[in-house]
Design a protein around this ligand. Structure first.
Ligand SMILES: C[S@@+](CC[C@H](N)C(=O)[O-])C[C@H]1O[C@@H](n2cnc3c(N)ncnc32)[C@H](O)[C@@H]1O
Length: 424
């Protein structure tokens, strides 16, 4: 099957054949040698279809993310390993949620951030937000060596001096292409650079090129520690809070169940576990909140930021397996909200006007969300997306979305950080 046939087939099955030409053109860039990417897109479109997302809500920018970025961030680009991709500030809303939670007391003072990523930006953010807490970051891909080349591109290498992951200094599509066009050569280049630098005295802290040995140690304090390892692989003291974000959507539901059992063992009595996903600046957030009761974790809440119903990026549909329970729940709730025509009319009237005002993929002449205004820089987009969430909350759309869920018989509301919640 050619890429064109693949896209035509998905277009008919999931979008009534109504995808825009611009979106389709972006999808044509899907790499033909990556069946994992094609399977991922098919699963994603299936979820979008179940969530009742119409073709007109898929912006050209979303098409570009799927056509060019997706292949770089899937495990298939990294020999099956989960890449340690992370972003500073992405869990700010989750830190706020914990601060405002009714269960948060002065006795709540320890956290495990499992699958913290590297550099451990979000763990550092949380350590700043909770300076008195003892925080432990755990991740299997904490590097033994970190290498920056002369241009500031970096790579992480393991104890065998093999490259695990690399990233351009500025992660634009062009810069990613430059490194990934011949990924094996890029890996070798970093491995050779390690051999060059390993016996040389280290230069200035920010000099280029440079080598950092066991770089995670540089982040540790008397309150913040890190261990290399994964779920079920490390021995720790039970924690008041466990956070596991942007990790479990890489695995199937059997893994999720095992993870819950391990989290239950490692949570203090009445402690809390937050599992979920998000994008930059706490956009496209969704998460379950569990409480440890007796020996098990009880599912208390599923919450999501309202931009999940009409996201700029792809996190709400980012599932590596068909049985991803969180994507399935989110899809179910979005479908209920999107089926309410009165709510959606009000949502679009507010949101489409704001997209136009901000130059963020406003509707084109044919009624499709389009492209970013050229004046909007790459780093501004997600700040604007975060502003959209603020508008949903100040205009009361989050409250109204919760009302729609209530009408459908769910115990829904808005939580302390403005996310739409279903309580169990
Ligand atoms: C996309 S990153 C997320 C980083 C960070 N939590 C965030 O939200 O920005 C996913 C991380 O999961 C880690 N990971 C993969 N398998 C894991 C496992 N079995 N247990 C814990 N973490 C794992 C990867 O090494 C990677 O750093």
């Amino acid at each position: 099957m050619t890429t064109t046939q693949f896209i035509d087939d998905l277009n008919i099955r999931f979008f009534n054949g109504e995808l825009s030409n611009e979106f389709i053109n972006e999808l044509q860039q899907l790499p033909v040698d990556r069946p994992d990417v094609f399977a991922f897109v098919e699963r994603m479109f299936k979820f979008m279809n179940q969530a009742k997302v119409p073709a007109t809500d898929l912006s050209t920018m979303t098409g570009e993310i799927l056509g060019t970025l997706l292949a770089r961030i899937l495990p298939g680009a990294w020999e099956g390993a989960v890449p340690p991709i992370t972003l500073p500030g992405r869990h700010a809303a989750i830190d706020q949620y914990i601060k405002k939670a009714p269960w948060y007391t002065s006795e709540t003072n320890s956290m495990l951030d499992i699958g913290c990523g590297f550099p451990p930006y979000t763990t550092l953010d949380t350590a700043k937000a909770f300076p008195d807490w003892n925080i432990l970051g755990v991740d299997p891909s904490l590097p033994v060596y970190l290498i920056y080349d002369a241009q500031g591109n970096y790579a992480t290498l393991d104890e065998n001096k093999k490259t695990v992951y690399f990233q351009p200094a500025l992660p634009t599509i062009e810069n990613w292409n430059a490194l990934l066009d011949d990924a094996a050569a890029t890996k070798r280049r970093f491995e050779n650079l390690l051999e060059d630098l390993i016996d040389k005295p280290s230069g200035e802290p920010d000099s280029l090129p440079r080598l950092e040995k066991n770089p995670i140690a540089g982040y540790e304090t008397d309150k913040l520690a890190f261990i290399r390892g994964g779920i079920g692989q490390v021995e720790i003291q039970p924690k008041d809070v466990i956070r596991c974000f942007n990790v479990l959507f890489y695995f199937d539901d059997a893994f999720y169940k095992n993870a819950l059992n391990w989290f239950a063992k490692n949570t203090a009595e009445n402690g809390w576990v937050l599992i979920g996903a998000d994008w930059a600046v706490s956009t496209e957030s969704y998460y379950n909140v569990y409480q440890k009761v007796g020996d098990t974790l009880v599912n208390k809440e599923f919450a999501f930021s309202l931009d999940c119903i009409c996201p700029l990026a792809i996190v709400p549909w980012y599932a590596n397996y068909d049985d991803d329970r969180q994507t399935a729940d989110l899809t179910k709730y979005i479908a209920i909200i999107r089926s309410d025509t009165q709510f959606m009319e009000e949502f679009y009237s507010i949101h489409d006007a704001e997209r136009k005002l901000e130059g963020v993929c406003p509707r084109d002449d044919n009624g499709y969300y389009g492209v970013l205004d050229p004046s909007v820089g790459p780093s501004e987009v997600w700040a604007k997306a975060a502003k959209f969430i603020e508008s949903f909350n100040t205009t009361g759309l989050n409250q109204k979305a919760a009302e729609v869920l209530k009408k459908a018989g769910l115990n829904a509301g808005v939580n302390a950080v403005g996310h739409v919640s279903v309580y169990y």
